[in-house]
Design a protein around this ligand. Structure first.
Ligand SMILES: [Zn+2]
Ligand SMILES: [Zn+2]
Length: 182
């Protein structure tokens, strides 16, 4: 069993309420398929919309999925699966709202996802520096732009990795504190 499967297996999916209104049990299989590169022919972002994230809220399984996405980055999943997990991670850290039921329990799901994601800080920096894919490096950088509290470190890495990042990241256009904060 790989890291990502082991992380999927340790979450209590059946005990969580999915955005689709069902138990989140189906997410275990969906995430395994995504990790194995066979996800119903659609992107992870699209496939999980309405289950863990939407434009408006995140649902209860979001922090557990954040953890699975980090495990996938630490694993040797295929480049396409890596890109899908990075995309998903970006949706989760960029979320603004919490579903009604979780919010009544006092949970702030976007905050919880960011807390989980920041524990994978160096995995994200590794992706930025890896020279594997400019798209994946850009997504990783944009996730860091949300979760990294040490802005000087982020800006330093942007300089070092400039030729491995898309233009939006290099110029700071996609980052709210942009280059003027250097
Ligand atoms: Zn669902
Ligand atoms: Zn960017």
């Amino acid at each position: 069993m790989r890291l990502v499967e082991s992380e999927i297996a340790r979450q209590d999916w059946n005990g969580m309420l999915c955005g689709c209104g069902d138990s989140a049990g189906h997410l275990a299989g969906d995430l395994s398929r995504l990790a194995g590169g066979e996800f119903r022919g659609e992107s992870g972002r699209v496939g999980f919309e309405g289950h863990i994230w939407s434009e408006v809220v995140l649902w209860e399984p979001a922090p557990a999925v954040t953890s699975v996405a980090l495990a996938a980055l630490a694993d040797d999943v295929a480049p396409t699966a890596r890109a899908e997990f990075l995309d998903l991670l970006q949706c989760l850290v960029a979320g603004d709202g919490t579903d009604f039921v979780s919010s009544r329990r006092g949970l702030d799901l976007p905050e919880l996802c960011r807390d989980v994601a920041v524990r994978g800080l160096w995995l994200l920096y590794e992706e930025v520096m890896s020279n594997r894919s400019i798209g994946a490096a850009g997504t990783a950088f944009e996730i860091l732009a949300v979760v990294e509290t040490d802005r000087a470190r982020l800006h330093r890495v942007r300089e070092i990795a400039a030729d491995r990042l898309p233009v939006c990241c290099r110029t700071g256009l996609c980052v709210d504190d942009g280059p003027q904060a250097d």
